[in-house]
Design a binder for this molecule. Structure first.
Ligand code: LLP
Length: 426
C-alpha cells in the first residue's frame, strides 16, 4: 500500500487517507473502529456525506430545486438524519422507508413516493403523513390512489412517472427507462393519462417524473430524457394541465474502479440548459452519488488458503453483507487497512457462505496475513440495504465517523434476534 493511492489511483472516498501505512477515515484510524465495534462493519464518513450533498446543492444554486435522497441506497437512520439536517427531501419506495424518514427527522412534505407496486396501506400511510408527491407508475395505480384518497377525504398530489425510452448505457439490471421495462407509463400514453388524472376528483396534478437508470456515466441520455419531458410538459400546458415540478430521478454514477463519472455540475449542465428560462421546480432523486463513496465495509481476514490455481483470503464479511459482486459482478476496490512488509500475492476475497458466488473481489494483489483488516471501498450505496441473513449471519454493525468520533448507528445483530419471531412446530 502506498500513501493515498491504490491500484486505481487516488482513493475514491475523499475523507479516506493512507497515512504512514495506516488507513484513516476523517481523523480516525480504521483499526480503532474494528477494535471498538468488531467486524464486519460498515463505516461511513459524515464529512463525505455532507460534501456529496453540498455538491448537488451547489450545482443547483440559483434554481428552484429539491434534492430527494433515494433512501433505498442506504436507509440507516443515522445517514437519513444527516441528510434531513442538510435540508434534503427523500425519495421512498415503501411504507417502511417512509417510517424511517420520519423517524430520522425528515419532513413528509419533502418526500416523493416512487415504485410500481404501492399498496393501499402504503397509500394511506403516505396520505396521512402528508407527503409531497406520489410518482404514479400505471393507470391502475392512478385509479386506486384516487379511490384511497377519496376514502380518507384527502387530495393526493401526483406526478406520472413516464418512460422516456432512452438508453442509459448502463448495466441491464439497473437500466429502467427503456420500453421493455416494468417502470413508468409509456411515453405515448402519458398525455391521455394526465387527462384522466385531471378528471379524477381526489388527485392534484403536481408534476412529472422519470428515472432512466443507475450508475450513469454519460450525461447525454438524461439530457435527452429531460428534453422529452420538457416537450411533453409544453403539450400538457396546451391541454390546460400546468405542472409545478419536473423530477428527473437519480442515476449519477460514481468511481468504483477506473470509471470517470462526471461531477454533479458536469452531469447537470446539459440538463439545466434544457430547462433554462422555465419556472418549474426541478427535483432529483440521487442515491449512489450521495452515499456510495462515503462508505466502506471493514472486514477481517479469518484465513489465508493457498489453492492449486488461486489463493483465497477468507474474510468475515460475505455476499450476505455486500451482494453487489455476486449479483452484478461489481468491482469494489479492496485496500489493506495496515500496510505490511510481505510480498504481495493475488487473492480472491471470499466469505464463509456455502456458495461459489460468495466472493467480494477476485484476483487482487494484496500484502496480507491472517487476522489483517481489509477495507472494501465504495460500499456506502446498496451495501447494507441489500444485505440479508443468509446462513443465519447477523448483519453487520454500522458506524458513522465524524472527525475523530465514531458513532454506532446500528448495532450488530444478535443471533437470537434473527429467529425471535419463529417457533418450533408442536
Ligand atoms: N429513483 C428511482 C425511481 C430509482 O429506481 C432509483 C434506483 C433511484 C432514484 C436512485 O438511483 P441512484 O442515484 O442510486 O443511481 N442495487 C443496484 C442499484 C439499483 C438502483 C435502483 N433504483 C446497485 O447496487 O447497483
Amino acid at each position: 500500500m502506498t500513501d493515498s493511492t491504490n491500484t486505481a489511483g487516488t482513493l475514491p472516498t475523499p475523507t479516506l487517507h493512507a497515512e504512514s501505512g495506516m488507513l484513516t477515515l476523517e481523523g480516525l484510524p480504521l483499526t480503532q473502529v474494528a477494535e471498538q465495534f468488531g467486524t464486519p462493519t460498515y463505516v461511513y464518513s459524515k464529512a463525505a456525506l455532507t460534501s456529496a450533498f453540498e455538491a448537488w446543492r451547489q450545482a443547483l444554486s440559483g434554481r428552484k430545486a429539491l434534492v430527494c435522497y433515494a433512501v433505498k441506497a442506504n436507509s440507516n437512520l443515522g445517514i437519513l438524519s444527516v441528510f434531513a439536517q442538510l435540508g434534503a427531501g427523500f425519495d421512498i419506495v415503501s411504507g417502511g422507508e417512509l417510517a424511517r424518514v420520519l423517524a430520522a427527522g425528515g419532513r413528509a412534505d419533502r418526500v416523493v413516493f416512487s415504485g410500481v407496486g404501492k399498496t393501499r396501506d402504503e397509500m394511506c400511510q403516505a396520505l396521512l403523513a402528508g407527503i409531497r408527491c406520489f410518482n404514479v407508475e400505471s393507470a391502475a395505480e392512478l385509479e386506486r390512489l384516487d379511490a384511497v384518497a377519496g376514502e380518507l377525504g384527502k387530495t393526493a398530489p401526483i406526478a406520472l412517472r413516464v418512460n422516456p425510452d432512452v438508453d442509459p448505457k448502463t448495466h441491464p439490471y439497473i437500466s429502467t427507462g427503456l420500453k421493455g421495462n416494468k417502470f413508468g407509463v409509456a411515453f405515448a400514453d402519458a398525455q391521455s393519462l394526465y387527462r384522466r388524472a385531471a378528471a379524477l376528483p381526489n388527485l392534484h396534478i403536481a408534476g412529472i417524473a422519470c428515472h432512466i437508470g443507475s450508475q450513469l456515466l454519460d450525461p447525454a441520455p438524461v439530457a435527452e430524457a429531460a428534453q422529452k419531458l420538457a416537450d411533453l410538459v409544453d403539450r400538457l400546458a396546451i391541454d390546460g394541465i400546468v405542472l409545478e415540478h419536473i423530477d428527473l430521478g437519480g442515476g449519477l454514477g460514481i468511481r468504483y474502479r477506473d470509471e470517470t463519472p462526471p461531477s454533479v455540475a458536469q452531469y447537470l449542465a446539459p440538463l439545466l440548459k434544457v430547462f433554462e428560462g422555465r419556472k418549474e421546480e426541478l427535483c432529483f432523486e440521487p442515491g449512489r452519488s450521495l452515499v456510495g463513496n462515503a462508505g466502506l465495509l471493514l472486514t477481517r481476514i479469518e484465513y489465508l488458503k493457498p489453492g492449486e490455481t488461486k489463493n483465497f483470503a477468507i474474510v468475515d464479511a460475505a455476499m450476505n453483507d455486500l451482494a453487489r459482486p455476486a449479483l452484478y459482478d461489481a468491482w469494489h476496490e479492496v485496500v489493506e487497512v495496515v500496510g505490511r512488509e510481505v510480498p504481495t500475492q493475488a487473492y480472491d476475497i471470499v466469505g464463509p457462505i456455502c456458495e461459489s458466488g460468495d466472493f467480494l473481489a477476485r484476483g487482487r494483489e494484496l500484502a496480507v496475513a491472517e487476522g489483517d483488516l481489509l477495507a472494501i471501498l465504495s460500499a456506502g450505496a446498496y451495501g447494507m440495504t441489500m444485505s440479508s441473513n443468509y446462513n443465519t449471519r447477523p448483519r453487520a454493525a454500522e458506524v458513522i465517523v465524524d472527525g475523530e468520533q465514531a458513532h454506532l448507528v446500528r448495532a450488530r445483530e444478535s443471533v437470537s434476534a434473527l429467529f425471535a419471531d419463529e417457533k418450533p412446530l408442536g
